[in-house]
Design a protein around this ligand. Structure first.
Ligand code: NDP
Length: 314
């Protein structure tokens, strides 16, 4: 192997709660972790405002500040945090794993922890990005609380949209569910729950034209794609729940994934189908998707990697 190739014991890809928690544990286990931050340093929490559901912050904390704290803790304990994007990999059972950063730099890693997260899908209309964080959100569990007692709308018809509509119905006075077809995609049980909740009104064949409001959301303009009828619905919060895309494309040739691209890990562990490659956080979790569950799985990945390396060296 050429001397110019950097050798790393534990490489962590991604800088959300999963990646930084893995880094904290790996650093304390003397695995000298190197963490590449990726395109969005700090991950999805850097585009949210108040985080009130992460334990340990009794008064809540702003998302970017919390991620800065994660980073400081990982660095203080000895993680080498680097700005850069892993652009391709070549994995083989047992390693070492070949990783290319920013298209040029080659690294050889004994163990790899993937914590590249997932990105929410958006409708793609201008008012959605303009009011993002000011009434527009892709996470009801994170932000629903800010609209307690108000009317809100949620777009989507899958299990996530139904689950989030149910969640919102307990906090908000009324939830409009905007469904683009004349039926749900969600499981029958989830549909049943939504349709039997008195303060959820499902509007089928309904598309979002525009979210209205200057600095915060005031209403949504929708149209019926069968009748052509348009209407404005006054709301304070607009939630998008039309799916997520896991950031796992570059791993596809090597790792087992489900049909949506979520990496499959062994039950109760962070192990992937390639020995020495572990996965934590939203890249392998389409159900919970919370900072605290991502952090927990990051801890699991570091412990799994440490044990795997130790067993290999025995
Ligand atoms: P899905 O891909 O299942 O559903 C996305 C929904 O968004 C669909 O109803 C789709 O409409 C709609 N949609 C997509 N694009 C647009 C658009 N531009 N405008 C309006 N609507 C749009 O994503 P989910 O996040 O709901 O679920 C992902 C996976 O996770 C699924 O396998 C689900 O079963 C699973 N899950 C399971 C849970 C559980 O078991 N508790 C909880 C949450 C998720 P259309 O139907 O017309 O295509």
């Amino acid at each position: 192997m050429s001397e110019s190739i950097e050798q790393i014991e534990c490489l962590i890809i991604g800088s959300g709660p999963a990646g930084y928690t893995a880094a904290i544990y790996a650093a304390r286990a003397d695995m000298k972790p190197v963490l590449y931050e990726g395109l969005q340093p700090g991950g999805q929490l850097t585009i949210t405002t108040d985080v009130e559901n992460y334990p340990g912050y009794p008064d809540g904390i702003m998302g970017p500040e919390m991620m800065d704290n994660f980073k400081k803790q990982a660095v203080r304990l000895g993680t080498d945090v680097r700005f850069g994007m892993v652009t391709s990999v070549e994995f083989k059972n047992g390693g070492p794993q070949k990783v290319i950063v920013d298209g040029t730099k080659e690294i050889s890693a004994k163990s790899v922890i993937i914590s590249t997260g997932a990105s929410a899908k958006w409708l793609g209309i201008p008012s959605e990005s303009r009011l993002n964080g000011s009434g527009v959100s892709a996470c009801a569990v994170c932000d629903g609380f800010f609209y307690r007692g108000s009317d809100v709308a949620i777009v989507g018809a899958g299990d996530t949209a139904c689950e989030e509509a149910s969640y919102l119905s307990k906090i908000c006075s009324k939830v409009y569910m905007l469904v683009r077809r004349d039926e749900f995609r969600a499981s029958k049980a989830m549909q049943h729950r939504v349709l039997n909740t008195p303060n959820i009104e499902v509007l089928f064949n309904t598309e979002t034209d525009e979210i209205l409001g200057d600095t915060t959301v005031e209403a949504v303009r929708v149209s019926n794609n069968v009748s052509g009828e348009k209407r404005e619905i006054p709301i304070k919060g607009f939630f998008v729940a039309i799916g997520h895309t896991p950031n796992t494309e570059i791993f596809k040739p090597f790792l087992e994934m489900d049909e949506s691209g979520y990496i499959i890990t062994e039950k109760g562990s962070s192990r992937t189908n390639v020995e020495g490659v572990f996965c934590a956080g939203d890249a392998q979790d389409k159900i919970y998707r919370q900072a605290v569950t991502a952090a927990g799985s990051g801890c699991m990945a570091a412990l799994d990697a440490e044990r795997w390396l130790a067993a290999k060296e025995d």
